[in-house]
Design a protein around this ligand. Structure first.
Ligand code: FES
Length: 210
């Protein structure tokens, strides 16, 4: 028989594709919906998730903010945190794990206490985003900081920019990365002159419509 005859299961010259014998649906760990008394959910997390669910007609829509609440509490989406959220939301942990593992901003493994996301998308890239990312990586090396490149963070007007613990800064120079990291670790205000929050609103500028 030619090696190209038929699918692998019929051809001794080809390895048998598992999908031929087992199908293409990956096996799922079918843990049911945990009960609240089984997961020891902190009351503040339970209240927060319940408030989030109340915002949506379908509680499934609260999955991402609920996982964000888990991450805020534990630093990442821990298996136990996911089980707690699942118990509150009446989902299986697998339901929430599939959401958590899909989104870059949700972590299913431990990361540093601080988070730095450097935008490397087109506007920031053209203005030195890659160099900025390298500088943050070097400055944060060995520290309790998670540094990563990121797609457009929606603040192209301050390119190149970075999100540092969920606050936006820009336009940044690569040389400022070290200072920013030192200030972050020291618990100081980070690059106050580069903080987006310190910039005036358009309505407050001359000609603005306040
Ligand atoms: S390209 Fe960097 S914020 Fe948009």
């Amino acid at each position: 028989m030619s090696p190209v005859d038929g699918p692998g299961i019929f051809n001794p010259n080809l390895p048998v594709d598992q999908a031929v014998t087992e199908g293409r649906v990956p096996p799922r760990r079918e843990e049911g919906i945990p009960e609240l008394h089984e997961v020891d959910c902190p009351p503040q997390l339970k209240e927060k998730i319940e408030a989030l669910m109340a915002r949506y007609p379908d509680r499934r829509s609260a999955s991402i903010p609920a996982l964000w609440a888990v991450q805020e509490l534990y630093g990442w989406c821990t298996p136990e945190g996911i089980r707690q959220a699942a118990a509150v939301m009446r989902f299986t942990p697998a339901d929430l794990e599939s959401v958590a593992s899909f989104y870059d901003l949700l972590h299913t493994e431990p990361v540093g206490t601080h988070r730095v996301e450097v935008c490397t998308n087109i506007s920031c890239w053209m203005r030195g985003g890659d160099e900025l990312l390298d500088a943050f990586r070097a400055a944060g090396d060995g520290q309790d900081i998670f540094v990563t490149g990121f797609e457009c963070l929606g603040a192209c007007d301050i390119a190149p920019m970075a999100s540092i613990d969920q606050r936006y800064y820009g336009p940044l120079e690569a040389a400022e990365a070290q200072t920013a990291i030192e200030q972050l670790l020291a618990g100081q205000e980070v690059l106050p002159e580069k903080a987006l929050i310190a910039r005036p609103l358009a309505a407050d500028l001359p000609g603005g419509s306040s």
